[in-house]
Design a protein around this ligand. Structure first.
Ligand code: GLN
Length: 312
């Protein structure tokens, strides 16, 4: 599409939702967190929030799902605003090329996680945000931030998902213990895990998440309310990490296919940012081998192709 034409977005979203029906149920729902294994894999939702305030939706755009690792983006924004570039003394900025919960890589790299969007890096990010605060206050801070960004006070944490993850989160506990052993966690391991499991258990709809991410498409300023959420530097940093590391060891493939900063979660959601234009959320619970939504990525690939919104 030529960049001067205004694409008929209503028609595009309807077409994508229709096309995705033939992929219904593709992929495999995350089952290592028992509460997620119960989600119906046939869901598909999409929401696009535009700078003029329009929100285009199709499918199950108003059904809440577990945001999981998409939360890493928002906690990273808060941690960068609080700690600035100091955060990079504790976490790298390179794609991992490894699974999202790899333990081997963390050991090889002496407790410095490769980037903030894999689990080890997110645990350090959460620790950096928490500082000396208590975990309950930090969970409340993150939840309040998401409510404000989504402009919706219904946003909350699903306690059953948080509990389910805490009961089975042995790998994350291993990562956290290893980080602490290397001096890269300040707070007690159980406090960091507590906050991390709760941030992952945030339950949001495509509509809420696409609204919440809009500031990232506009240098940190929400284009609808005019509120400054973060500095332009933080917004640029977070977009750079999303486009290089947002899909774990499948980040190259996502960027090749979609060409937008994006972050996936094992709940099947993906938040994508179209700079200067929109924030987009897709949700389909079936995951590919790398733990990213299979149909969600396909829907974004179609959206990028039909709108010409790729940044590349
Ligand atoms: N809560 C999940 C975990 O820690 C998040 C992983 C993800 O969404 N990729 O395993």
């Amino acid at each position: 599409m030529d960049g001067n034409e205004t694409p008929d977005l209503d028609a595009i979203i309807a077409t994508i939702a229709d096309e995705m029906l033939s992929y219904q149920g593709c992929g495999k729902v995350a089952d290592y967190i028992p509460a997620l294994a119960r989600v119906d894999p046939r869901h598909f939702g999409i929401a696009v929030t535009l700078f003029d305030g329009r929100v285009l939706v199709a499918g199950h755009a108003d059904v809440p799902f577990s945001v999981q690792s998409v939360s890493k983006i928002f906690v990273l924004v808060l941690a960068l605003e609080k700690r600035g570039a100091q955060l990079w003394q504790r976490i790298g900025r390179e794609p991992s090329g490894s699974r999202f919960n790899s333990i081997v890589q963390l050991e090889n790299e002496k407790g410095i996680p490769r980037n903030p969007l894999i689990n080890a890096g997110a645990l350090v990010t959460t620790d950096a945000l928490m500082g000396v605060d208590d975990p309950v206050a930090t969970i409340a801070h993150i939840t309040g931030f998401m409510r404000e960004l989504a402009h919706d006070h219904q946003v909350g944490i699903d306690p059953e998902v948080a509990r389910s993850e805490a009961e089975t989160g042995y790998r994350n506990a291993s990562l956290a213990n290893f980080l602490r052993a290397n001096g890269n966690l300040d707070a007690p391991v159980e406090d960091v895990l507590n906050v991390y499991f709760h941030q992952c258990a945030l339950s949001m709809t495509c509509r809420q998440l696409a609204r919440a991410g809009l500031f990232l498409a506009n240098h940190g300023v929400d284009p609808l309310s005019g509120r400054t959420v973060c500095s332009p530097d933080t917004a640029r940093a977070v977009n750079a990490l999303m486009i290089t590391c947002g899909h774990y060891d499948a980040s190259g493939d996502f960027t090749y296919r979609v060409g937008l900063p994006g972050k996936s979660g094992v709940g099947g959601g993906i938040l994508a940012i179209a700079p200067g234009r929109a924030a987009i959320t897709v949700w389909s619970p079936g995951l590919n081998a790398a733990g990213n939504s299979e149909v969600g990525a396909l829907a974004l690939e179609r959206l990028a192709a039909m709108t010409g919104w790729s940044v590349l």
